[in-house]
Design a protein. Sequence first.
Length: 214
Amino acid sequence: MTSRVVVLISGSGTNLQAIIDACNVADYPAKIVGVLSNKADAYGLVRAQNANIDTSFISHKDFTSREQYDQALIKEIDLYNADCIVLAGFMRILTPKFVQHFNGKLLNIHPSLLPKYQGLNTHQRAIDAGDKEHGVSVHFVTEELDGGPVILQAKVPVFDGDKADDLAQRVHQQEHRIYPLVVKWFCAKRVIMQNDNALMDGKLLPASGYASEE
């Protein structure tokens, strides 16, 4: 049975495009039924429209509080009867009520090897720290910012002389590879969140997710 996916974006939507492309592959267990953005000019909305996917725009500027905005977002997402909500560059901190409403259904991608570098400017922070490797994590969303259990990570090298943009490009290539894979696992019910832990095929995943090198 095909799972119904809603994707939340704020920008160009390259990860959205990777998942759209994956959905066109035979036997992929997911279908994107809606794409929502908090920014009207997000190019990801165009990507969705080009793929004949329903789109919605709800500006956070039209609401007086984060709670009111998230309540409107919940109402809109619920119309799609979604099995999975994918955050793909959705640049907003979600309220506890939002996270609780979709508990166990929320996936996010973060450009670092969590728990390192939660928040913003992750590439520059990795360079400044002298790290030899950096990467990206797909994780379940909990009330802690970028703190939910990791499902899968991909690592990239950090070379001498790298700028943040160089590292970002390297990380983006991996994002587009692993995000559609995790969505596939989730929609095939291979990955679940239970008691704030990620389980793969019924087995508890380590802190760094599947295929850990630890």
